[in-house]
Structures are given as C-alpha cells and as structure tokens.
Design a protein around this ligand. Sequence first.
Ligand code: G16
Ligand code: MG
Length: 220
Amino acid sequence: ALEAVIFDLDGVLTDTAEFHYEAWLELANELGIPFDKAYNENLKGVDRRTSLELLLQRSDRRYSEAEKERFMQRKNERYRELIRRIRPEHLLPGIGELLEGLKARGIRMAVASASRNAPAILVSLGITGYFDEIVDAGMLERGKPDPEIFLRAAEALGVPPRNCLGIEDASSGVDAIRGANMVAIGIGDPGTLGNAHRVFPSTGMLNLALLSDTYRSAAN
Ligand code: G16
Ligand code: MG
C-alpha cells in the first residue's frame, strides 16, 4: 500500500528555477560565456557543481579548481539573496491542499532535492512541518538520475521503496525514482517525462485520490 510520498522541490513544490537561472546568468555574463533560458533547461535538477561544469563547457578558457569554487560561491550568494523573496504564495498550484490531504491520511512525506538550500526554502514556504525527512543533498555521493537520493529518503522514513511514490519535474529525477523501484509521477511534458507512470502538465491537477489511483495501477 502507499505509505509515503517523496517530493522533488524545484518544479514540484515551488519554482526556484527562475532564481537559479538569474544567478547563473549573472555569473555567465561576468565571464563572457553565452547563457540563455534554453541552455538553462540542462541545469534543472542538476547539482551545483555539475551545473557549473555545464556552464563552463561553453567557455573557450579552462578554469582552476580555486576559480570554480569562487564561481559556485558567488552564484550561491546571489541565489540566496534572490530566494529571500520566497513566500507561502509561491507554493505551486494545488500543493498546499495536497500536503494537507496526505497528512490527514497519515501518509508520510519527504523532500528529495538536489539543493543544499532546500531547508531554507521550505521554511520560507511555510511547509517544513509537513515533512518527516529532508534528504541532505550535501551527503549524497551521486546525483539524479542515480536513485540514491530517493532511496535515502525511503530509508530515513523507514518505508520500503515499493510503498513510496515520487513526484518529479525533471527527466533525470523521474529516472531516479524508477531506479529506486518507486511509482513515479511526472509534472510537465509527457514527451520529456515518458519514463514516469503518469504525467500531468501541472501540479494543479494533483490530489490524494489521483495519487492513490496512480499508485494502485502502477504497483501491480
Ligand atoms: C535544484 C535545481 C537545480 C540546482 C540544484 C542545486 O534541484 O533544480 O537547478 O542546481 O537544486 O541547488 P543548490 O545550488 O541550491 O544546492 P531539485 O532537485 O530541487 O529540482
Ligand atoms: Mg526539480
């Protein structure tokens, strides 16, 4: 039976992608590296280090390890400044009701985000109390699409992976959920998220009945 739901943060609970984009864009501009919205799609769900490497790939210069550290720090400082604007109104559609519904049903919840800033963002959104576990992205050895982050979440909750459902907006995240042997719901374009058990264009369509239904039809 469905015992736990594991949420991605960016693109599922709230939309921090815009802030990541702005912070990376400023860095790219300073370094004279081309960067735009389309290329930014590649950075979604990807950890900070790998995101920087993707950005620097487009430079004709090589950078030292010390420079890379500085770049990541600069990006993160700017990002942290931007996310100070986050308020409970920034919850994506339907999420508040969904969290409330799952809680009322006694379903356990965790956050599996690649972001080291996830705990601070949950506080700003006013939803920390709903989650039994928040996986510490700093403790992970492998990023999505590796299933590690979802397996850690299940382990921390004390729920077997087959009784968990994961919700993701990135294809690497959907692959991580599937790799963990969990039921996967994708939010976005079915063309990109084809590996999910079900895909919905928006979080606004999610509700408790639909999650239970998806779990039931996928788990057997
Ligand atoms: C998020 C974003 C990524 C970001 C990553 C790391 O992942 O989608 O763009 O690079 O977190 O964030 P930070 O630099 O704050 O540690 P997720 O897993 O929440 O979609
Ligand atoms: Mg995401």
